[in-house]
Design a binder for this molecule. Structure first.
Ligand code: NAD
Ligand code: IPM
Ligand code: MN
Length: 351
């Protein structure tokens, strides 16, 4: 029997609630499919920061390195500035483990409604491949002339040839397993230096995949297309910031943030990958027990795929679908009155 060692970081706010349900479902899947899951839970969070002055211990990254995968709830909570909590945990993990692909599948599941009137599941099936290690998310920059009339801030974007090429290549390889269409999110109409460089590398890689239809769109027009003609999109590849924004938009058109999973992947498997929902810690509903756990359960299913337990991952997705399709146990964001735990348990039972 294979046993996988998984690091669990519930984190902050609803991260804690949805993580509990994802672990419940995975333990059920492990039992049913005959593999082992050995969980190690870490209390790394804003609460820990308030007590100790650090989101995680100094050797946190080294500790995670020995695990097969990381399952993360959400990081960030009022009281600790976001730049402190995120640069103290989430971003260092993504970078240290070269999780340069943030894979965000987008699907409209049965029993849930799109925010777009009249759109069905067959029109809403795409995947966002977000660059996850560089780009607009850089530490280069800062505040100048603080407190003086000439105060200003600077933020540098850093795009490397290696960094762009590997994520674009991932998108094309993925497209070969799907509808063979890649759309690149850009903003190269003469405004910023970085995007013509991104486009150049996109075109070079695209030339190696003549069997895949390659297209680029300005991010503003692409946002409109995602709403008006989502059926035209298959694989969407974008920079760190563009991919971030598009993934919440994509979540919104497929049942909301409570439905959208994500995987921070180190495709070479040299380091552990990390799985989490697209959403954050939702302070506005934290502590109420009403967060939708589906996004986190689907992220956990992506983790099973990556660990090599594809049948179990597929079964978890199937269980989520059948619970949603029955429309009996739904959280408030889906129009129901169920709690986080009730929905999680219904999925586990359906397995
Ligand atoms: P958010 O995703 O936490 O919440 C946005 C809105 O969506 C809120 O109204 C929330 O109630 C709702 N929502 C989100 N997930 C839901 C779910 N599972 N079920 C039902 N409703 C849900 O985004 P935000 O408010 O911008 O950020 C809150 C905090 O989370 C911030 O500190 C932010 O930095 C952090 N954050 C962390 C991550 C992460 O850890 N990966 C991701 C995004 C945001
Ligand atoms: C996400 C989040 C993070 C991001 C924030 C919390 C830094 O929004 O995972 O989508 O922008 O990467
Ligand atoms: Mn985001």
């Amino acid at each position: 029997m294979s046993t996988y060692r998984v690091a669990s970081i519930p984190g902050d706010g609803i991260g804690v609630d949805v993580q509990r349900e994802a672990c419940k479902v995975l333990d059920t899947a492990a039992q049913r499919f005959g593999f082992g899951l050995e969980w190690t839970e870490f209390d790394w969070s804003c609460e820990r920061y308030a007590e100790t002055g650090a989101m995680m211990p100094a050797d946190g990254i080294a500790t995670l390195r020995s695990f097969d995968a990381v399952l993360l709830g959400a990081i960030g909570f009022p009281g600790v500035p976001d730049h402190v909590s995120l640069w103290g945990l989430l971003i260092p993990v993504r970078r240290a483990f070269e999780q340069y692909v943030n894979l965000r599948p987008v699907r409209l599941l049965p029993g849930t409604a799109s925010a777009l009137a009249g759109r069905g599941a067959d029109e809403l099936e795409m995947v966002i491949v977000r660059e996850n290690s560089e780009g607009e998310y850089s530490e280069v920059g800062g505040r100048h002339n603080a407190g003086r009339p000439g105060e200003f801030v600077l933020q540098e974007s850093v795009f490397t040839r290696v960094g762009v090429e590997r994520v674009v290549r991932y998108a094309f390889e993925l497209a070969r397993t799907r509808q063979r269409r890649v759309c690149s999110a850009t903003k190269s109409n003469g405004i910023i230096h970085t995007m013509p460089f991104w486009d150049e590398i996109f075109a070079e890689v695209a030339a190696e995949y003549p069997d895949v239809e390659a297209e680029q769109m300005h991010i503003d027009a692409l946002a409109a297309r995602m709403v008006q003609r989502p059926d035209l999109l298959d694989v969407v590849v974008g920079s760190n910031l563009f991919g971030d924004i598009l993934s919440d938009l994509a979540a919104a058109i497929t049942g909301g943030l409570g439905m959208a999973p994500s995987g921070n992947l180190n495709p070479e498997g040299q380091f552990p990958s990390m799985f989490e929902a697209v959403h954050g810690s939702a302070p506005d509903i934290a502590g109420q027990g009403i967060a939708n756990p589906v996004a986190q359960i689907l992220a956990a299913a992506m983790m099973l795929d990556q660990l090599g337990e594809k049948a179990a991952g597929e079964a978890v997705r199937g269980a989520v679908q059948s619970v949603l399709a029955a429309s009996e146990v739904l959280t408030p964001d889906l129009g129901g009155g169920a709690t986080t735990a009730e929905l999680g348990s219904a999925v586990a039972e359906s397995l």
